[in-house]
Design a protein around this ligand. Structure first.
Ligand SMILES: *Cc1c(COP(=O)(O)O)cnc(C)c1O
Length: 358
């Protein structure tokens, strides 16, 4: 007998994850370095006092929330924590979804999960094409939101998987020109590698929400911790979408210690930025490769036979992200920044491949 699944579930696309083990894993924009030893030492001390038998307490939540609020000069009731910013983004989509009548606008190509979350929220996802060079047209974006009476407008800045940054002036232009009835979500998953955060705009736009994560610059993908900041009223509503105590104590404690010691991550972030610049320059020198500008911890480039190059990387036990025939990403590869040595390793595989293939 047929099971009575939710309508639309079977049609929902699945996120395509590469679970192969690699010696060099550069396919998910993670930090290639594990926790700094100093941070690990303090964390192990903190773990010793965890009450494993208890549900997470309000204090476990507040310790982290207060730190984040203090850092950005906002109130604690403006901060909501999530299991990765993914959970926050999914819930925010849910909060503005309404049985196929609501519209959610986002750029394309961008984070592939946006269209999946829109479908899950039973909203209509409306992608706005980036330009040919993957730059973002703020006017076109706002016009699409206005024309569609969108409930939610989302941008990813800097953008995954293109790497391109949206200038803060354009973010402000969007905020100024969106109707107040449209929530404006800025996904800043990679902002630490760019610097042009919209955080300073929040106080002027009560319909704006910024989502951040510990998974990328802070190398905490294992823990699934993110946060969103917005106006108290909006964040209170969004908070209703979560079950009570959805975060686990171990992740809360870990993120709390990492955030206390975030200065330890500055040199790593600088290393990633330096490597990104170096690899972009190196890729520019390779005939047949078109590399795009990046403000993130990864680079995106195009070549004619990306599938064969992916196989060459796999043969060398290097995992990179290939997009198959995703819209506007055909023959593109995305590689997260590794250590200098890891980057030299994949560059040499690429150069050998291009030398042989051309
Ligand atoms: C990685 C990423 C996130 C969040 O990841 P979490 O691990 O769930 O915090 C959000 N948006 C984009 C665009 C990302 O690339």
């Amino acid at each position: 007998m047929a099971l009575k699944y939710r309508p639309g579930l079977a049609e929902r696309p699945e996120y395509d994850m590469d679970e192969n083990p690699y010696e060099i894993t550069l396919n998910a924009n993670e930090s290639t370095l594990n926790m700094p030893p100093l941070v690990e030492d303090r964390l192990m001390g903190r773990f010793a006092s965890v009450a494993f038998n208890r549900y997470p307490t309000a204090t476990d939540y507040l310790n982290l929330t207060e730190q984040i609020a203090k850092n950005f000069g906002v109130q604690t009731n403006q901060v909501v924590l999530g299991n990765g910013s993914s959970e926050l983004i999914e819930k925010i989509f849910y909060c503005f979804g309404n049985a196929k009548t609501s519209k959610i606008v986002f750029p394309q190509p961008s984070f592939s999960m946006y269209s999946i979350y829109a479908a899950a929220a039973e909203a209509q996802g409306i992608p706005v094409d980036l330009e040919d060079d993957y730059t973002f047209d703020a006017e076109k974006f706002v016009k699409t939101c206005v024309d569609n009476k969108a409930a939610l407008a989302v941008v990813c800045n800097p953008n995954n998987p293109t790497g391109t940054g949206i200038p803060l002036a354009d973010i402000q232009y969007i905020a100024d020109n969106l109707p107040m009835s449209c929530v404006f979500l800025v996904d800043e998953a990679y902002i630490e590698f760019y610097g042009q955060s919209a955080m300073g705009l929040l106080k002027d736009y009560p319909n704006m929400i910024i989502a951040r994560t510990f998974s990328k610059a802070y190398g905490l993908a294992s823990c699934r911790v993110g946060y969103a900041i917005g106006s108290p009223d909006v964040m209170r509503m969004i908070g209703r979408a979560f079950m009570p105590y959805h975060m686990n104590t171990l992740s809360l404690v870990t993120a709390d210690v990492v955030y206390q010691m975030r200065d330890e991550y500055v040199p790593r972030i600088q290393m990633v930025i330096a490597e990104r610049k170096r690899m972009i320059e190196e890729l520019k020198k390779v005939d047949g490769v078109t590399v795009y500008p990046s403000e993130t911890n990864f680079v995106l480039f195009h070549l004619n036979n990306s599938e064969d190059l992916t196989k060459a990387f796999e043969a060398a036990s290097i995992g990179v992200r290939h997009f198959g025939n995703a819209p506007r990403l055909a023959n593109c590869l995305r590689i997260s920044m590794g250590t200098r040595q890891e980057n030299d390793t994949w560059l040499n595989v690429l150069k050998d491949f291009m030398g042989g293939a051309q």
